[in-house]
Design a protein around this ligand. Structure first.
Ligand code: NI
Length: 179
């Protein structure tokens, strides 16, 4: 397991570079390290810069999450050079956390419905749609590759704080309301 790079480190605010050598041992090792780190920490997603590698690789998905107990499962997905487009301009406000911002949660607006694509570790192109929390997680992880962390997107800083103090609000709001 790799140590998580936390907010404050300048590398988290940089744009990560495209992967051109999907078959390389370097990328295979990166994906392995990300999988182990995500699993050990119980996150729902991770981006390569969070373990100190500024390359465009993200992993997301879970069956059941203690960090997001109200959310439905998301299929386990590894995406290299991911991209998304917005299918619906509607946004939803919801609570987010991040392994790089430990112990904190904030309310962030995200597009409700997106189409996303990328390359899987076998070199196959993946293209699919996502909505709700699934779409939120993908937007959050792709943001990491562009040097954006969720606290930068919080519109009202009253909606930012320590998760133990916010937990009741987070559970009662159940994924966020429409704005
Ligand atoms: Ni994050």
């Amino acid at each position: 397991m790799k140590p998580i790079v936390r907010m404050g480190a300048p590398s988290l605010f940089e744009r990560s570079s495209e992967v051109s050598d999907i078959d390389s041992s370097e990328i295979k090792q990166l994906i392995e390290d990300m999988l182990i780190t995500l699993q050990r920490l119980g996150g729902v997603g991770i981006a390569a810069p969070q373990i100190g590698v500024n390359k465009r690789v993200i992993i997301f998905g879970f069956d059941k999450s203690e960090r997001y107990p109200n959310e439905k499962p998301i299929p386990h997905t590894i995406l290299i050079n991911p991209e998304y487009t917005v299918l619906n301009e509607e946004k939803i406000a919801g609570w987010e956390g991040c392994l790089s911002v430990p112990g904190m949660r904030g309310k962030v607006s995200r597009y409700k419905e997106i189409q996303y694509c990328g390359i899987d570790p076998m070199g196959r192109r993946i293209e699919s749609v996502a909505e709700g929390f699934h779409a939120r997680v993908i937007q959050h992880e792709v943001d990491h590759l562009n040097g954006v962390l969720f606290p930068l997107l919080i519109e009202d800083m009253h909606n930012f704080g320590f998760e133990d103090l916010l937990w009741e609000r987070i559970l009662s709001e159940n994924g966020g309301k429409k704005i």
